[in-house]
Design a protein around this ligand. Sequence first.
Ligand code: ATP
Ligand code: MG
Length: 443
Amino acid sequence: MNMNLPADVSKIINILESNGHEAYAVGGCVRDCILGKVPHDWDITTSALPETVKSLFDRTFDTGIEHGTVTVLMHGTGYEVTTYRVDGKYEDGRHPKEVTFTASLEEDLKRRDFTINAMAYNESKGLVDLFGGEEDLKAGIIKAVGNPTERFTEDALRMLRALRFSAQLGFEIEPATYQAIKELAPTLDRISAERIQVEMVKLVTSDHPERLRNVYDTGLSKVFFPELDVMLECQQNNKHHIYTVGEHSIVAMGLIPEDKVLRLTMMLHDIAKPACKTTDEKGQNHFKMHPVKGAEMARAFLRRLKFDNDTTDRVCNLVKNHDDRPEISERNVRRMIIRVGQENFNDLLAVKRADCLAQSMYHRQEKLTYIDELERVYKEIVAAGDCLKIKDLKINGKDLLELGVPQGQRIGAILKDVFEEVVDNPSLNDREYLLNRVKDMLQ
Ligand code: ATP
Ligand code: MG
C-alpha cells in the first residue's frame, strides 16, 4: 500500500520520528486515500505528548490540548496532531470527558469507531490495519471495532455515525453492528443535539440520502425526530401520490442537489401533512394548510437540533412556500418573488420540481409545465429590472423629508403604499411621477 502523503504531512511525521517518536496519518484521511478520494483534512496520531509536539514545531495552537490535540500550522493549513490515547466516556459535545495517553498505537486504533476509520499510515511502516479495515473498505462494510454493543454503550453517537458513513459511502452495515444499533437506539437520548446535528447534516447531504430510512428502521429517529416516524407511517390515499408522506419526502431528497438547505427542505416540506390530514366522503385524503403548519413544525425540529438561524429561516421559508401555485401573470409572480425573496426563488423552483417528480404521474406534465412557466416569467421580471424591493423605488426617505413628511413611521408607511402600486404596475417607477404621487397623497 503506497499513499501519497502531502509534503507537509510527511514533514510533520518525519520531524516527530527523527526525534524518537512514532507518528502516522490516521482515520478518515487514510480511509479516503484508499478509496481514491481526496481527504478534506489530515489527522496525525503520535506517541509524543502534547507539550513535546508543541516544542518541535514553530507554529502551533492548543485546539484541544486537554484531549491531546495540538494544531500544527504549515503554509496556512492546520494539521491536528493528537497523542495516542484511550478514551473515557463521551459526555459533552465533541470530546470524551477524560482521556488517558498511551504509548501504544494499537490502543489508539482500538478506541476508534469503525474498522474503516481505524487504520494508520506512514512512509516507514506502511499501512497499519489491525482490524481488517482495508478488507471492509473493499467490501463496502461498516463494522464496529470490537464488540458493537460495548462500543455503542461507550458513545451512543457512533450509532448515528454508522448510518452517516453508510450514506456517504453507499456501504452496508455489518449485521451484528446493525443489530446492536437496533437494540441500543433509545440510548441516543444521552447525546447532545449539536453532535446529532453534525451527523444528520452529513447524512442528508450525502450521495445516499435515502439511507434516512435506516434512521427510522433502527429506531434512532424515534429519539430525536419522531416526526419522521409519523410521516413514514402516514398513507396519502390521494391521486397525486404513490408513496407515504415519509417515503415521498425521502424520494424527493434524492431528486435535489446535495445542498444542506435544499435537502433539509425536502426532508421537512410535508412534515405537517399527518397533522393536517382529513378524509373526504370518497375516501381521498387532503392536507389543507400543511405548508404553513409545516413551516412551524420544521422550525421546532430545527430548533431542537440547534440549527443556526440562517439555515432555519431559509428552510422554513421554502417549506412555507413550497406549494404556492398562483395563476401565472407578471403581477402574481412579482408578488410571489417578493413573498419568497428573490434570493430564494431559484431554490423554490428546485424544491417544486423535486416535489413534483416524487409524486404520481397524475397531471405530471401539466405540473412541470406550470413550474417552467413560473421560471420563465421570473427570469423576465428579473431581466426587466422590475422594482422588487422598497430600495428599488426611484424615491427614498430623504425625498419624503424634503417634501415635508416628518421623520418617523409615516415615511415607511408612505413608501410602502407607493411600493404596492409600483409592484402592480412597474412603469410607475418613475421619479417625477412618484414625487407627484406623494404630493397628492399629502394633500
Ligand atoms: P469526515 O470525512 O466526516 O471528517 P472522519 O472519519 O474524519 O470523517 P471525524 O468525525 O472527523 O470523521 O473523526 C476522525 C476520526 O476520529 C475517525 O475516522 C475515527 O477514527 C475517530 N472518531 C471520531 N469520532 C469518533 C467516535 N465518536 N468514536 C470513536 N472514534 C471516533
Ligand atoms: Mg475528519
